[in-house]
Write a protein that binds this ligand. Structure first.
Ligand SMILES: [Zn+2]
Length: 410
């Protein structure tokens, strides 16, 4: 019985390794860690740390400066992937934390995650995906009193505005909170426009629950079945890794629909899902908002498998490239499942590279690819959990016949 249990436990691991590319594993870390073992970096130390990670791992890490606030503080992100200078067309995952400045654990956890992916991760995750890590989304709130410490950190930004109510809302429209878009909000909106994030996680504190869309609609997201599996997997991994009966138990055993918990307008999660067609969830990682420094390594052990599991999901689902049949150039086609999609749950292929990444629950789907000037094309697909289905679509230009005739006349 024990042997059977062992084999059952091993099955998901075996399934995962089969879909990985055969490449040399990354070297184990040989240098001293840059991220402090059990303390929050000061703001100047954070700036140095972000730069140092990019400098130490130049082949796998770039520092992106997303913008500067009126205070002079910066919103930064690390871009992590193999062959970072030349990579295109991989699924893009965003991890962001501390948009509520007093919810501190995510700030350290994402720095730790970045260094782990660069120095220790052994399954080749960065060969298949791009990870963007923004550990400090509201530096003015986090370092409210001084650059040296998080003591006195506040939920809001320098203007006291709650940034997680400050985004355009799918249901309630622009300015749902009645305030101007804050500098932090504008920087994030621009960053979302400049990238093609497919999957995203926004870390908070004050509860222990995985919150999936929507926050604003009572209606369920068309991909709720997929969201429920992702949420359940996250909660189960966190609960198991903690080895405690008490961690990550809020709401329904660590999982909730946003609107069911409490409806809000102007959340980042809904903004990203609706306006950027990116699958973003909200992670409440710890009951304590200002999380004690000496407990951080323990919290990292609790959530590491769940975070890696979430990142890993970016590799699965329906993926491929849409190109022009005649020129081979990428086409930013709409990829939709008619009769299934609603509230912008359909997605677009990237207009620069033609790649698309659509996450769907296990099952059979009829997928429609459309773009202005092209003949629409249907594809039948069978999606399996934990696997990637690659479908490359060549769209026929509508006027291709006419062009041929013109050429012949000349
Ligand atoms: Zn929060």
């Amino acid at each position: 019985m024990k042997q059977l249990l062992f084999l059952l436990l091993l099955l998901p691991v075996l399934g995962l390794s089969q879909s990985l590319p055969k490449a040399a594993p990354l070297p184990f870390r040989t240098q001293a860690a840059l991220v402090p073992e059990a303390s929050y970096p000061s703001y100047p130390a954070y700036l140095t740390l972000m730069r140092s990670l990019a400098e130490r791992y130049p082949d796998r890490c770039q520092l992106e400066d997303w913008g500067t606030l009126p205070s002079g503080r910066k919103i930064l992100a690390l871009r992590l992937t193999e062959e970072v200078a030349t990579t295109t067309g991989k699924p893009q995952v965003l991890c962001t934390a501390a948009m509520h400045g007093d919810e501190t654990a995510g700030y350290w956890l994402l720095l730790r995650l970045a260094e782990y992916l660069l120095a220790e991760e052994q399954t080749g995750l960065l060969q298949e995906i791009e990870v963007y890590i923004n550990p400090l989304a509201n530096p003015d709130g986090a370092f409210r009193r001084s650059n040296e410490s998080l003591a006195g950190a506040s939920r809001g930004n320098a203007n006291g505005i709650d940034l997680n109510r400050n985004y355009p809302d799918p249901d309630d429209g622009p300015h749902p909170d009645g305030f101007d878009y804050q500098p932090e909000t504008e920087i994030f909106i621009q960053a979302a426009r400049d990238h093609s994030f497919d999957l995203s996680l926004n870390l908070h504190g004050g509860a222990e629950v995985f919150n999936y869309p929507w926050d604003t609609y009572r209606d369920r997201h068309p991909d709720t079945e997929w969201w429920r599996r992702i949420s359940r997997d996250f909660a189960s991994r966190a609960q198991t890794a903690s080895g405690r009966d008490s961690y990550f138990q809020d709401r329904h055993n660590g999982v909730t629909n946003g609107h069911d918990w409490y409806p809000i307008s102007g959340s980042r999660q809904d903004y990203m899902n609706f306006y950027h067609r990116c699958r973003e969830a909200t992670l409440e990682v710890s009951n304590r908002k200002q999380y004690p420094e000496n407990q951080l390594p323990k919290l990292w052990q609790y959530v590491r498998p769940a975070l890696l599991g979430y990142l890993s999901e970016a590799r699965y689902g329906l993926q491929g490239f849409v190109t022009d049949r005649e020129t081979g150039k990428p086409v930013g086609a709409l990829v939709q499942v008619p009769g299934h999609d609603a509230h912008n749950s359909d997605i677009y292929a990237d207009k620069h590279y033609g790649n698309f990444h659509r996450y769907l629950a296990e099952g059979d789907y009829q997928v429609l690819f459309t773009a202005t000037g092209y003949v629409p094309q249907w594809q039948s697909v069978k999606i399996t959990d934990g696997h990637r289905l690659e479908v490359n679509v060549q769209l026929e230009p509508l006027n291709s016949g006419k062009r041929d005739v013109t050429r012949k006349r000349k």
